[in-house]
Design a binder for this molecule. Sequence first.
Ligand SMILES: [Zn+2]
Length: 139
Amino acid sequence: MARDARCRCASGRKERRCCGPWLAGRAAPTPEALMRSRYAAYAKGDTAYIQQTTDPEGPLFEQDTAAWTQGILRFHRAFRFKGVRILDAPPAEGDEGFVTFHARLEADDADGSFEERSRFTRADGRWRYHSGERLGGGT
Ligand SMILES: [Zn+2]
């Protein structure tokens, strides 16, 4: 990764000034920051980051890490990640927060873009993705 590469969340900022620190292991300070960095991780195919930042109590956590890794990579390869737009990110309350976003995903023959309201939980000072509710787009 080039030092001055643009962040894959498509914020327009350089990765090291955007999601880079969280992707490198520092705790994302807010649910919104974690959400953006997870989008960037999907764009990069960083399966370990997706898995580490998924709440084990949530419905998307998979015990079979190898199968989960393949599933994340299939999603990564299926689309071009064109950016994420935060629609709503109210301040977290305690160890729970919500972020509503629009994710732009393009494939040669399909538009995979969607909107989702995601729930995040915090444990040991780290935000994690718990679950999401699709609001529209995609299929
Ligand atoms: Zn970013």
